[in-house]
Structure formats: C-alpha cells, structure tokens
Design a protein around this ligand. Sequence first.
Ligand SMILES: Nc1ncnc2c1ncn2[C@@H]1O[C@H](COP(=O)(O)OS(=O)(=O)O)[C@@H](OP(=O)(O)O)[C@H]1O
Length: 444
Amino acid sequence: MPLNSTSLVFRAPNLLGQTRITSPKKFGAAPSLQTWSSWSMKKSHQKRCFGFPVVSQLKFNQNCPSFASSVMEDERNLVLTSPGPDRYSKELDVAVRAVQMACSLCQKVQESLILKTSSPVHSKHDNSPVTVADWSVQATVSWILTESFGCRNVSILAEEDVQSLSEPGSSALLADVVKTVNDCLAEAPHLGLKGPEMPLGSSDVLEAISRCNSTGGPTGRFWALDPVDGTLGFVRGDQYAVALALIEDGEVVLGVLGCPNYPMKKEWLSYHHRYHRIISKLTPTTSESWDKGCVIYARRGRGEAWMQPLHQKNKPLSWPNTAIPVRVSSIDNPALATFCEPVEKSNSSHSFTAGLAHSVGLRKEPLRVYSMVKYAAIARGDAEIFMKFARTGYKEKIWDHAAGVIIIEEAGGVVTDAGGSRLDFSKVSENWKDPIILLQHYSI
Ligand SMILES: Nc1ncnc2c1ncn2[C@@H]1O[C@H](COP(=O)(O)OS(=O)(=O)O)[C@@H](OP(=O)(O)O)[C@H]1O
C-alpha cells in the first residue's frame, strides 16, 4: 500500500486534538498542526462527500475468462443498477461469502506452513514474502466475483501477479496453487455460492489471477483485493487479514475484512494462538467456538458495521443471521485509550509513535498487530487509535486501506490524513499527506 507519504495515524480528536505532530526526518515530513476546530470542519466536509450516483459508470474488464459466468444477464444488470437501500446488497452478499471462503483457505495454508507440510514462503521481486495462500485467494475471489457478476462487469485490482508462478521451474508451486484453489472452490456450495462444474486447470487459475489487473481510477467501479494482508504475520503463524472492497467513482462503497486469527471477543486474543490449537484437537468445535476468527463488513451510508464468526467447514453459512453490529469505542480519555501500530519497525517508527503517544497522554501499551486487523480492532472498539509512520518514499497501496476505511467510517469513526483530508482511492497507490491520520470517532 504505497503512499509517498510515510505515515498512518488513526486518532481520536479529543485525544490528540491540540497536538502538533512532527514526524522524524527519516520517516518523512512533518504534518501540519491540526486543531479540534479544523477536525470538526473536516468532518462536515466529509459528510458532504458521501453522496452516490444512482447509476454508476461501470468499468468493464476486457479480459474475460474461458469459464464465463452462468449467472443470468438480467440478474447482473439488476445488481449493478438498482438504487435505494438495497444498493450493493448483492455485492456485499457475494463479497462476504468470498472472504469467508478465502479465510478458510488461508487457515489451512497457515496451518500447513506451521507444520511445514506445504510449499515454503517465496520472495517477490521486491523481496517481500508471498505464499500459496496469496495467489490462491486472489484466484478464488477473482473466480467467484466473475462467476457471480459476469466477467464484463467485474474489474479487480489486487496485489499479486503471475510472474513468479509462470516462471520455468515453478510448476510444483503452480500445481500447489491450483489444488488449493480447487479444494477451496469445492466448498463454495456450503457458502451459498456456485463452484465450478469441473476443477479449474492451471490456465484457468493463472487467468483468474492475472485478470486482477485493473488500474483503478476516479471513475467507474472496481474491486480492490489484498488476498493476504500482513503476509509476515501470516507466515509467522500470527495475525493477517483478507481485505476486499468495492470502489465506485473513487469512493469505497463496501468493505469486507476477514481476520481468521482475530477472535470474536477481545479477551480470547491473549490465549488464541497457541492455546486454540491444543484445545481444538481435544474438543470438537461448536458454532460458538472461541477459536474462530471473524469477518467484519460494512456498506457505504448505512451507519453500521457488522461482524460474524468464521463459518465452519461442511456447514452452511447462516449469514447474515450470525452477524452482530460493531461500533467504535466511546473512550475519550487518553489515559484509557489504546493505540495500534504495525508490528514491523521497518513499516512504522515505533520510537516516534511512542513519543507522540506520550505527549498526548496515552499511557497504555500499544496494540501491535499485523495487517488491517488494526482496522478491525478499532471498528469494534478494542482500541481507539492507529498510528503508522512509514519511511519517506513509501507509497501506500489502496488495497491495504480501502476495506478498513469504510468499516471504520460506518462503525462511527473517521479516517483522514494528517492534513485532515479523506483518503483518495482513485489511484492504485497514493501520496496521502504525511502522516495519514485516522480519527477514531467524533463523540465529543
Ligand atoms: N516499508 C514499508 N512501510 C510501510 N508499509 C509497508 C512497507 N512494506 C510493506 N508495507 C505494507 O504494510 C503491510 C503490512 O501492514 P502494516 O503496515 O500494518 O505492518 S505490520 O504487518 O503490522 O508490520 C504490507 O501488506 P502485505 O504486503 O499485504 O503483507 C505492505 O503493504
């Protein structure tokens, strides 16, 4: 997620409202002073920006797959043009189901990575890690969206490409991805989705991955997907997220965050990782099982965000019945507030955030958690603030933020950059002002 800017901050205005934030030199330029009154003005500006066009201009993907959708054409048209309160409901329905599938795929791959029974971690050309899960989730979600809405109606921007998978010597890796995708798609009927009639072949899978080649833009509609956000957390057996958002005319209109290791209740977090593996072997899981992660989602303009448990293998998904509403925290005392930040020091300066936290009266230990799970934590009130100060020159990618931003906003929070501007999702990577500041709520 590149921003030329180097920082991200979620903040509660009452907590940080009068503070000058000056980032360390190596972590980018100092942002402007933000006062409470300017934040308030930004909020009213934000509200004005929330209108939707009744009929969106669609961006069609020319790269149609050979396994074209069997969904009725008139149904697709209905989905894409229907106005009113049900707007995006079909898209949300499919997106939640697809993310649920992706989460169980990831859980299996992560388990096998830990047990060392599957292909190891690979390096991308920028040396960042990538696994079978990244490609497999991208192929699966791409296939599901295309199958559900038709290839002409689906444009996807996603993190992975097929370069390494297509290289000579990658046939075993590709075979692993194809198997992982087919195993996952075989579960589609349990999730209320249609799977392929025949298992996908290598070319189908490569095509599904490479179809995610949207360049985004200020007009039209595209999906933004981070198949495994926080790959470092993933390969370390820790937190990660599957993030899917729909962006229309530069505005995020729905977001789904799958957090397979982030349990429904915060108190389960401390003993989640190691303990649940032992316990789940001793006692069969139930639908209320504590060892599951969660999926959080929201639609633009609803003023609500929802969370549901991960679905259980071989059981039908009972969504939306199992979903519960989530809301940002109402804590406005800095001494009681928790701020989130990246685990990796190389992604964000811990010393700078520590200084900033201290100067505004934050006293609690930061919640360091990989990936967009930080957005999930704030959306459901487990923490109040998120600060990220990336190094100068790092550009944020929109797939690392889109789903989280709409969930925070619909759960009652506010997300801006350091200048108080809303984040612009009309480009693939963005030079948001440094640092980005994401306000957690406006209850003051
Ligand atoms: N140098 C640098 N600076 C800032 N950010 C970077 C950097 N390198 C990568 N990334 C992006 O950070 C994503 C991981 O999430 P976080 O930034 O929250 O970091 S962390 O996982 O908690 O350590 C990570 O997401 P994934 O690539 O999907 O894992 C990257 O998009």
